[in-house]
Write a protein that binds this ligand. Sequence first.
Ligand SMILES: Cc1ncc(COP(=O)(O)O)c(C=O)c1O
Length: 347
Amino acid sequence: MGMSNIGGKNSIICDLRSDTFTSPDEGMRRAMAEAIVGDDVYGEDPTVNSLENRLAEMLGKEGAIFFPSGTQSNLSALMAHCGRGDEIIVGKNYHVNWDEASGASVLAGISLWPVQTQEDGSISPETILESIKEDDAHFARSRLLSLENTVGGKAIPIETIRKSAQTAWNSNLSVHLDGARFFNAVSELECTPKELADCADSVSVCLSKGLGTPVGTVLVGSEKFIYSARRNRKILGGSMRQVGIIAAAGHYALENNISRLSEDHKRASEFASALRSLNAGIVETGTNMVFFTPNDNETNELRSYMEKQGVKIGDQSPSIRMVLHRDITDQGMELAINGFKNFYQNG
Ligand SMILES: Cc1ncc(COP(=O)(O)O)c(C=O)c1O
């Protein structure tokens, strides 16, 4: 399926770089067009209010707040949990540490303490305990454990993530969960949203990835925490006005797109099997993601060959990320598999 836009047709017909490439479908666009709106800065947008209430209820927390992005939601959460001179224990490879331009340090005087994660993407209780600093004038104050699920496509099991959280709670730290792909984890773990959300004090849930909205993340937590996050959103310039137009896409996504995430997971695993059969490199997969590390290290050649076939793959090296999502058609999938076959078998 081509992505049409005002500028004309896009020749890429299978964009595997990320599930952020999902575009709103007709039903979602209709829901957006028909949204009842108000001024959300005054708390008067009914569609935003009902979306916030809906997610708070689903995840079993007291309150929620709508954000334009996952990055701003995470940062507002970190700022609500921590003050200047406080420190966050976070996975080295987690988005909060690696991909958010150190916003917590730059804007809020919070330090990040990046730690090595386990094979399954989790942070072990031992690592947490050895990272917590004593109360000493020389040290930053250990204040928060920042977790992520899914991590690199892997869904960390509930028991594992609960152990990490409990270790932090026992040491009087709070726990934040970056759930950019929260519902992919819920779907894979076959748990309820509340069971996963119970493993953290606050959870950030992106609607703009596999769930397919153009914009939007919802942060949930206690009433007091959300009050503070609302102030932080204002500080960061993220308060929006008639944003029910976008929140309506969120409602639509929750109704229509959660249940189909398991299809993405199934197709990712089928795609991984097809790649494995080529014996051309190491293939790893989890939920909707596939990582391919070619034996020959010719990632650039592979990438430009695939692009000529109308298939975009991740720009990482040596391990290339490919993400399955609702805008990948069967035809696109076939094109991708044939592209790999031709590159390695006939190239
Ligand atoms: C794990 C994770 N957290 C947070 C984000 C940030 O979301 P956004 O791009 O909406 O700022 C992303 C985006 O890809 C992500 O993958």
